[in-house]
Design a protein around this ligand. Structure first.
Ligand code: R5P
Length: 311
C-alpha cells in the first residue's frame, strides 16, 4: 500500500501516513510558468494499492486539477488500484439543479475523478449522502460524528445538552449525533423569509432555554448560517452555543465573524488545512480525523469492513 499526497493538505496526509506507519510516496507537484500543473512520481508504484490524499478545498480548481493529474500519473505508472482520498469534496453543494439552465457540478467532478482513473473514492461527511451515487465506483463516506461525540462527552458531557441543526436540511446529521450523545434532545433552526425582500426570521423548533447547545453542520463557509443561528439560540435562553463542523471552509471574513459571534467555541476537523487566521483564533479548535481516515484506508487495503468503524 502507498500513500501519496498533493499540496492541498500535506499535514493531514503526513498524519495519515504516520498512523499507518508508512512514508509518503516520493512525488512532486510543480508548476510551469503559465501555472499548468505537472506531477512526477519518483518511485515505482507498479502493482501497488495507492491512496491519493487531496481535499478539493480552496483553491478548489487547482486542487482538483492536481488530484486528477496525480491519478493520471499513477494510472500510467501501472498502479494496481487507485483510491482518491478526498476528505473535503469541493463542489458538493452543487448537487442538483437549483433552476433551469444550471449545472450539477458535483456530478461533473465525480465524472472527472472516475475518468482520470480512480478505482475508489473515500470522503468524509459528503454534503449529501446521494453524492455517493454520482460515482459508479465504490465510494466510502466516513462520518466525523464519532470523533466529535467523544470530544463533546469529554468537554460538555456534564451539562444539559441540546443538539441543534442550523437548518432543516441538517436534521438527519444532527439526529445521528444526538443518538451518540445518549439520545440528547434535538432542536432545529428554521429560517423563513415570508416575502422576497423581507429579512430572514429565525424560528427555533424546540425549547433551548437553560441548555448547552451543540450546533452541528457539515460546512462552515462564510459563517453566516452558524453565527446567526448561535445568536438566535442565545436570544431564546440557551446557556451556551458550541458548534461542531466537519469542514472549515472559512472563506473571506468568516474567522473574524466567528471571533465576534455569540459562539462559545467553533470546533472543526482537519479535513481542510486551516489558515493562519483560523489556527490563531482562540475561538476555533481543530480535531484531527487522521486516525479515522487512516483506519478506513487500512480496512480498504485489507478488504475488511469500513462501516463497522461507526458501530
Ligand atoms: C448548507 O447547506 C451547508 O450545510 C452549510 O450550512 C452552509 O454551506 C454554510 O455556509 P455559510 O457558512 O456560508 O453560511
Amino acid at each position: 500500500m502507498k500513500i501519496m499526497s498533493g499540496n492541498s493538505n500535506l499535514p493531514l496526509a503526513r498524519a495519515i501516513a504516520g498512523y499507518l506507519e508508512l512514508p509518503l510516496t516520493d512525488a512532486s507537484v510543480r508548476r510551469f510558468a503559465d501555472e499548468e500543473i505537472f506531477v512526477e512520481i519518483h518511485e515505482n508504484v507498479r502493482g501497488e494499492d495507492v491512496f491519493v490524499v487531496q481535499p478539493t478545498s480552496f483553491p478548489a480548481n487547482d486542487n482538483l486539477m492536481e488530484l486528477l493529474i496525480g491519478i493520471d500519473a499513477l494510472r500510467r505508472a501501472s498502479a494496481k488500484r487507485i483510491t482518491a482520498v478526498v476528505p473535503y469534496f469541493g463542489y458538493a453543494r452543487q448537487d442538483r439543479k437549483p433552476g433551469p439552465r444550471t449545472p450539477i457540478s458535483a456530478k461533473l467532478v465525480a465524472n472527472l475523478i472516475t475518468e482520470a482513473g480512480a478505482d475508489r473514492v473515500l470522503s468524509v461527511d459528503l454534503h449529501a449522502g446521494q453524492i455517493q451515487g454520482f460515482f459508479d465506483i465504490p465510494t466510502d463516506n466516513l462520518f466525523a460524528a464519532p470523533v466529535m461525540a467523544a470530544d463533546i462527552q469529554a468537554r460538555y458531557g456534564d451539562q444539559s445538552l441540546m443538539v441543534v441543526s442550523p437548518d432543516v436540511g441538517g436534521v438527519v446529521r444532527a439526529r445521528a449525533l444526538a443518538k451518540r450523545l445518549d439520545n440528547a434532545p434535538l432542536a432545529i433552526v428554521d429560517k423563513r423569509r415570508d416575502r422576497p425582500g423581507q429579512s430572514e426570521v429565525m424560528n427555533i423548533i424546540g425549547d433551548v432555554k437553560g441548555r448547552a447547545c451543540i450546533l452541528i453542520d457539515d460546512i462552515i463557509d462564510s459563517g453566516g448560517t452558524l453565527c446567526n443561528a448561535a445568536q438566535a439560540l442565545m436570544d431564546e435562553g440557551a446557556v451556551s452555543v458550541t458548534a461542531y463542523i466537519t469542514h472549515g471552509v472559512l472563506s473571506g471574513a468568516a474567522v473574524s465573524r466567528v471571533n465576534n459571534s455569540a459562539l462559545k467555541e467553533l470546533v472543526i476537523t482537519d479535513s481542510i488545512q486551516a489558515t493562519d487566521a483560523a489556527r490563531e483564533s482562540d475561538r476555533i479548535r481543530i480535531l484531527t480525523i487522521a486516525p479515522l481516515i487512516g483506519e478506513a484506508i487500512r480496512r480498504i487495503a485489507d478488504e475488511s469492513s469500513v462501516s463497522s468503524l461507526f458501530d
